[in-house]
Ligand binder design. Structure first.
Ligand SMILES: [Zn+2]
Length: 281
């Protein structure tokens, strides 16, 4: 049976793009931190199901919880970076992106004393406009990126990007997963899509993607926390952030029982030879 590369973007409830206007970066230190307990829940679930995962950790979070980073590594999971300040690459200059990413790598590297090989952009913000970010990642020693969503979405994605693991601009790209239904591409990787769809539908769609051995799932610690502070957001943002939170732990544990999971690093190691992307970016 094929495995799924499981991943978590370790950030807190107020770090997300949907909350940016209410909780800009300079306000974060005033917010209630809930990421530690929620990540501990994830670690407990993974141990119970003998699953391994990649944790893309925000540098700002790692600074506050270095013991959590160590614990994740000691449990046999992979430590990777989600940047430092959760700023969309679409809103950064090349220099700002380099500085932000380098800072996060240094923090994580100092904690685990091992190279940081993987990167995931905040809000999947590597698009055709920011594909230059891959060159910077390569120069910072990053081996693989898992930020490109091959879907049509107003905020992110490269719709015609190949749905397979392959080399591009000197790094290995591990794209997020979409399925095809009646000729339409639908995202099935995790996050809000996992919370929104009925579980049977998510599972069936994900199974259709597994033959190319590149299926990736992602979640965030705050998605397992129905008791997080409720913020009055515009209706679409509110829906994206809060849909399905109440039943998500049950759903997630069912998911862990239904598939086998590995780190992204492990998935790449057991992948066949890579081909270059035939995509104009
Ligand atoms: Zn994020």
């Amino acid at each position: 049976m094929n495995t799924i590369a499981l991943s978590f973007d370790v950030e807190d409830w107020f770090c997300v793009q949907n909350m940016k206007s209410i909780f800009p970066f300079k306000e974060w230190s005033k917010c209630e931190l809930r990421v530690y307990e929620n990540t501990k829940y994830i670690l407990w679930c993974l141990k119970k199901h003998n699953a391994k995962a990649t944790f893309f950790i925000l540098g700002w979070i790692a600074e506050r919880f270095p013991e959590l980073v160590s614990e994740i590594a000691v449990e046999g999971h992979e430590i990777a970076t989600h940047g430092y300040s959760h700023t969309s690459i679409l809103q950064m200059t090349k220099q700002e992106f380099q500085k932000d990413t380098e800072k996060s790598i240094t923090i994580l590297n100092n904690i685990i004393q091992q190279p940081i090989n993987g990167f995931r952009a905040p809000s999947f913000s590597i698009t055709k406009d920011t594909i230059w970010a891959l060159d910077i990642l390569r120069n910072l020693g990053i081996q693989y990126d898992s930020s490109i969503f091959p879907i049509n979405h107003p905020d992110y994605g490269i719709a015609d990007f190949p749905q397979r693991i392959h080399r591009i601009n000197g790094v290995i790209e591990v794209p997020l997963t979409s399925a095809t239904l009646s000729g339409f591409k639908i995202p099935v990787s995790g996050g809000g899509y996992f919370r929104l769809y009925p579980y049977w539908f998510f599972k069936a769609m994900l199974q259709t993607t597994m033959s190319n051995n590149a299926t990736v799932a992602y979640f965030h610690p705050w998605e397992f926390d129905p008791y997080q502070p409720r913020i009055d957001l515009p209706i679409l943002k509110s829906f994206r952030h809060y849909v399905g939170l109440g039943r998500n732990r049950n759903k997630f544990e069912k998911f862990l029982g239904d598939f086998d999971f590995v780190t992204i690093d492990e998935k790449i190691k057991h992948h066949g030879p890579f081909t270059r992307a035939a995509v104009a970016c």
